[in-house]
Design a protein around this ligand. Sequence first.
Ligand code: ASP
Length: 439
Amino acid sequence: MGVHMQILIAILLGIKRNWHIFFGLIAGIVVGILFPASSYPVAHKILDITGQAFINIIQMVVIPLVISAIVIGISSIGDNKQLAKFGKKMIFYYTIITVAAVAIGAILALVMKPGLNAQSFISPDVAQEMQGYVSSTIAEQQSNLAGIFLGLIPKNPFHALSTGDMIPIIIFVLIFSIALAKIGEINRPVVSFFESIFAATMKVTDWIMYLAAPGVFALTAASVSSFGISMFEGVWRYFLVLVLGVIIQFFFVYPMMLKIFSKVPVGKLYTAITEAIMVAFGTASSSATLPLTITCCEKRGISSKICSFVLPLGATLNMDGTALMQTVAVIFLAQTYGIELSLILILQIAFLAIIASSTCAGIPGAGLITIALVLNGIGLTPEQLVIGFSFLFALERLADMLRTTANVASDAVVAAIIADNENEINYELLNNDTYKDIV
Ligand code: ASP
């Protein structure tokens, strides 16, 4: 092997894995642009399968991790009063972050008017293609509100486990864990059992993270290669509003929250969770990223008591990026069709976006399904809805990757704030710049 090659390998091995993933991301964008799926279908397929394999591998640990984390978290919190206090704080901070997201989304969309002139770009072909999918999704969502609600209550926890329905799983595990905490010492064997499961799944996560750079590369390349520049026609303003909204969340809302409610330095927290943010971007799934979010936060000093309670719940309930996208998307469609947006209607959209986003699963594309709940209110005809959806679909994957980074980062921000408030954060670990890598 040549000297140059040896030096290159030494450098690559010596730098933090954050950078490996970052290079994977950038290389993915470059390769995706250079090799569009339309001209290189085989390469696109290979990248797509590789990326999907990576998502499957991380998802493999999500359910055992969520269950064991919540059991340990709640049994270590122990008494009901403390649990209620954590729960209230969590809901309070998650709500503020999501309200800020919808407010920012609404203001940006009203000022930048992404829907203006968009109608002239509507492609009848795409609209036709979407017809079946959209009509059934919307009909299902609208007629089935009671069903959606009932579906959250786990009739059979094992069924929920086998289908990977996170909200019913979490509800069951929460109730079960509170009961475990209540029965006292007799819970020891079960808690120790879950402690072992947790430790083992964290170990597996460490191993999986060696695959993060190639995984993120493949996912990003596959997504970018399926976009044509023409897809931005008509929707580029919508996309720009989303990008700006997410940037404001990252550089204004989260730092402000950290400053007002805690003494956690934002830079240190962002450094700690960089890998999780990049994997969130690649996978477009908060649930799939969860093992890594927990690993990043715990290894940089946020106690496992807080991480194991706040992060799994956040990965399913706290979707500020999704709420932002849903608000912007609905205002965009209203503008496209010239529907007048009164203050009441805007508030209604914002409120519904908060509800719809929190019922949305942490998986790719879920936000564009629960959006039907928000669309319900703005009075579009079924045809307009279908065409509108086809618009949103054009950039859906990219928009999803973007909003998922916010969904994941805000979970970590809230976990850090609560950990700070409760003296459950090790600042030495968080502030340690010489700290090498998380594995
Ligand atoms: N993909 C998002 C997430 O996993 C959910 C969405 O579709 O908005 O957080």
